[in-house]
Design a protein around this ligand. Sequence first.
Ligand SMILES: [Zn+2]
Length: 86
Amino acid sequence: MTSCPKQIVHLMHEYLDGEIEEATKKELKLHLDTCADCKKHYAELKKTIALVQSASHIEAPAGFTAKVMALLPREGKKIGIERWFR
Ligand SMILES: [Zn+2]
């Protein structure tokens, strides 16, 4: 069992949201380099976002946003992912 700082996942969201300070970014990258679990989680997050972004080019089916939101980890709702659905 790895013991990851609780805020690491939060940092991932901040980073993917583009709202992260340089020092914090370094801290996050350092952790991702040494923690396979978090690296995997981060990869999943990025994949989800890529999916969302590619989907925004086409007409999203009704309920798509809600579906993606439901798939996201709970913390994801804080970062305002709706902004990708403009
Ligand atoms: Zn970790």
